[in-house]
Design a protein around this ligand. Structure first.
Ligand SMILES: Nc1ncnc2c1ncn2[C@@H]1O[C@H](COP(=O)(O)OP(=O)(O)OP(=O)(O)O)[C@@H](O)[C@H]1O
Ligand SMILES: [Mg+2]
Length: 331
């Protein structure tokens, strides 16, 4: 698909289209609806896949319409893709994956925000943000005490910011239970900053409680990190059911971005068997790269650094970059 599509035509008659690259656009909203009508009728690219509509210049007869396809989206012009990393099972690599995929997206030039929605605060410390340095946390955001911009902190890593969490978040679960609109406590403040980021990555706690429900209600996609163990298969159906329920009741745009195998050991028969089982049911949802078990990946958080900055030659750095590339293709 091209980055831009150029249409030539009068108001009612589009007469051609070609590739076109241009920086300066003039926006006129009044012809927006008419243009969309034409795109639907005459263009091979469905209008749903075209993002922004511009008129570069026009006179009474001929107008030039430029549409940007979704592939050409740039930071500042776009709605961020919001991806929740969720699995109610503990210790499966949610946080490790969220940190390192956010880091890889930043390195790939994508403006990325990591939201730590776990009172343990591992995603925050994993990108170098200590509890003592955060004046306000995601808790303040959820209870409506501040705006997203007040809690976003820049990290020392390329294109990567974070909304940190703290232990006070543990109380939020109960506090939210009585609040109005309790499923949308994250979605609403995030909607105000979606134009500022390419990707927003949410690290969920190991439960299917209010935090995870809020993350799924705010997200476009969900990545389910899991280990290749028997119990993981049982847990998978539970998270799938939750995703289905959230999609049905709160967030129709939610979809499963992918299932990510973490801490993989290809020499274990059980790992191979579980992977085969997963392929039978979720072949199209499994990422093509599995994250292998590696000491470097488990060491990196204690230095407050994503793997790409702790040891950029480690296999884990390459693997997580491949997953980030796949995510960019998928969502
Ligand atoms: N590929 C890997 N190789 C080796 N160790 C790993 C790997 N991925 C994660 N770990 C380690 O496994 C442990 C659990 O990982 P992590 O904290 O990412 O899981 P989690 O699902 O976020 O846990 P929780 O449910 O408690 O939030 C951590 O000590 C982490 O360093
Ligand atoms: Mg975690």
């Amino acid at each position: 698909m091209p980055d831009f599509v150029l249409f030539l035509g009068s108001t009612w008659n589009i007469i051609g289209k070609s590739r076109f690259f241009h920086d300066m656009f003039y926006v006129e909203h009044s012809v927006y609806a008419i243009f969309m009508f034409h795109v639907e009728l005459f263009c091979e690219i469905p209008y749903a896949e075209l993002d922004l509509y511009f008129i570069s210049c026009y006179n009474d007869d001929i107008r030039i319409f430029i549409a940007k396809t979704q592939k050409s989206r740039k930071a500042g012009e776009i709605l961020a893709k919001i991806i929740a990393f969720a699995n109610q099972k503990g210790g499966v690599g949610k946080t490790t994956s969220a940190i390192n995929i956010a880091s890889a997206l930043g390195i790939a030039g994508k403006c990325t925000l990591l939201i730590d929605l776990d009172p343990q605060g591992n995603a925050s410390s994993g990108v170098g943000v200590r509890k003592s340095t955060a004046k306000q946390t995601v808790y303040d955001l959820l209870i409506g005490r501040c705006q997203a911009d007040d809690v976003i902190m820049k990290t020392e890593y390329k294109n990567l910011s974070v909304i940190p969490s703290g232990m006070d978040l543990a109380a939020a679960e109960l506090e939210l239970a009585d609040m109005e609109n309790r499923h949308n406590r994250l979605r609403e403040p995030i909607q105000k900053i979606v134009d500022d980021y390419d990707y927003i990555i949410i690290d969920c706690p190991p439960s299917l409680g209010m935090m995870t429900i809020n993350a799924l209600s705010a997200a476009n996609g969900v990545v389910v990190p899991m280990q290749c163990e028997y119990f993981s298969l049982e847990g998978l159906s539970q998270i799938m059911m939750t995703v289905k329920q959230v999609k049905k009741h709160y967030n129709p745009t939610l979809s499963l971005t992918g299932i990510l195998i973490t801490m993989y050991n290809g020499r274990l028969n059980l790992s191979i068997q579980v992977l085969e089982e997963l392929k039978k049911h979720y072949a199209d949802k499994l990422f093509s790269t599995n994250i292998t078990r590696s000491v470097r990946l488990s060491e990196a958080p204690s230095y407050g650094a994503p793997i790409h900055y702790y040891d950029k030659y480690a296999k884990g750095a390459e693997d997580y970059s491949k997953i980030a590339a796949e995510i960019m293709e998928r969502i």
